[in-house]
Design a protein around this ligand. Structure first.
Ligand code: FES
Length: 96
């Protein structure tokens, strides 16, 4: 299995995780504490900016609904629900 490289900025931390890992779990593995609440994609507390989106699984219906309700542009994802898929993913913790 090819691991996904997840970069957390501005902390400058990098972690390699399996495809399907949430950004929240990747953050924990990297020693990054992403503030979160419900862990079910409903509260939006853990929104982060992610690029490129091609490295991510598409958002599920609950995450998509919460992002739409919050009026967040498509670069944002919810850490508890967003799962990495492939390649290199950059997470900007300071944009939300
Ligand atoms: S912790 Fe509530 S949406 Fe992720």
């Amino acid at each position: 299995m090819t691991l996904v490289e997840v970069q957390f900025e501005p902390a400058g931390k990098i972690v390699f995780v399996s495809p399907g890992t949430t950004l929240l779990a990747a953050g924990t593995a990297a020693g990054i504490d992403i503030p979160c609440g419900c862990r079910r994609g409903m509260c939006g507390t853990d929104a982060v900016a992610v690029a490129p989106q091609e490295g991510m699984e598409p958002p599920g219906p609950v995450e998509r609904s919460t992002l739409e309700r919050m009026g967040l542009e498509s670069v944002f994802r919810l850490s508890c629900s967003a799962r990495v898929q492939s390649g290199i993913v950059r997470v900007d913790l300071d944009r939300f």
